[in-house]
Design a protein. Sequence first.
Length: 287
Amino acid sequence: MSSMSGQDGVHFDESQIDLSATVTRLNRIRAGARARLANSELTRAFLASALRMMEEQFSGGAEARSDEDAIPLAFLSRPRLVKRTQDDYPELDATQAKFRDRWAGHQDFLGDFISYALALRHYRVWASSAGWAEELVAPDADFAAAVHKFAFHGIRLLVDLPAYRLRLLALASADRETAGSVVRQSYDYTAQAMLGLFEQWVERFDFALRPGVNPEQFVILLLAVAEGLGERLLAGLDESVLDTELETSLLGTATLALFTGLADPGDGLTIEQAANARVQEFGDTHS
């Protein structure tokens, strides 16, 4: 249907992504039938058109919302979406009847659309970050500089993608089940990618974390910082978060600080013991 690329020109074909585990609220009883329908051209077309509508809405390219669009995502009404799909894919003969055949209720569609948008977000981030990640484990790389590059471009990509805004909107507008699913899926996608990168670090540099800290906790801490900084960027508070001239960021600083603090240098101390030892060193130095 279409191909997409990351910031560094890494291309992937959206039509090759298996949507059977992502688009699951289709009006079919059997799992096999749902999987086939999820991967059909028209289902993909409805979802792709909705994504374009969302991107235009969040980029300011669409018309201003009318009074009837009081709630987030109201612009993705069925009539508008079917009309947009007809315009985008005239060869597929999109109709409201075919839409209803797929999703019994509009909330079912919104749940699948949110999952779809977040899945594409994951693939886009992965495609763009693959090259940066290689620099982090290159034998002759400046590790700190590579971390800053990864973090600078990564957080900009993370926040620039409309799916980041969609995640926040979904929490405000979706039903509780969908909202919970959005959060879990968003964190699962990103955590899996970060854990994969962490495993590359371990393999390349042969290090261990301090006792009492595991890779999952390291990633949770890192993602919590990224989410907080991402919200500051969305609010326009980017002066202290990003240095566009040097291409560094507070996320890069936080990543290096976490790595430095949580990696075991060989003393076998827990983070608490290491902190107490450091404070003691400060006291001894100034006594």
